[in-house]
Design a protein around this ligand. Sequence first.
Ligand code: AMP
Length: 217
Amino acid sequence: MRLVLVGPPGAGKGTQAEFIAAHLAVPKISTGDIFRANVSQGTPLGVEAKRYMDAGQLVPDEVTINMVRDRLAEPDASDGFLLDGFPRTVPQASALDKLLADLGTALDIVMELVVDDDEVIRRLSGRRTCRGCGKIWHVEFDPTSKDNICDRCGSELFQRDDDKAETIANRLVEYADKTAPLVDFYGAQGKLVGIDATGPVEDVTVRAIDALRSYGG
Ligand code: AMP
């Protein structure tokens, strides 16, 4: 199955993508993760992407599309994939359609995780990441027993630059301007399935998997 997950930053795309990809036995391809890996390795792509990421802006389409084209050409993606965080603009969505058409295939479903702005702000501003093992905590919903220290590995926690208040505001504006139009784009193709992404993580996963079942997933 070829699936795209869309939703505002903080909708829980990364978390749900893990579960859904495991359920479907397809690779999870997250453009945010690929950019972050490039940033931490200091590659030219990472250096370019970081400027945009730290400002809460989208990396330019051309750079992002080329990166996804290369990733989808890898053998593990030939029978299906779950894209998390891509496409994020209408030109990216059109490029993806074309890229898949050239391979003789197409997307099956686009799942939208629906959450309102207030909830997004609460979720993102409280998010903390461990410097050691990368585990994500939340000051309110999933706190560590000692402030700012990871319960799993004892390392210090930090706040991702793009989870800081001013950057969150920019990310939400970017989402409304550039990504929300994808809902109409895929709605017109009859591929859009909306899921209520509020409440406990497990409940959202159950909703997502139930919705996929009705599409044969
Ligand atoms: P994410 O982890 O998906 O929230 O992505 C983190 C950041 O990476 C975003 O705020 C963007 O700067 C960049 N990014 C990720 N995916 C895309 C994309 N499809 N198009 C442009 N920029 C992206």
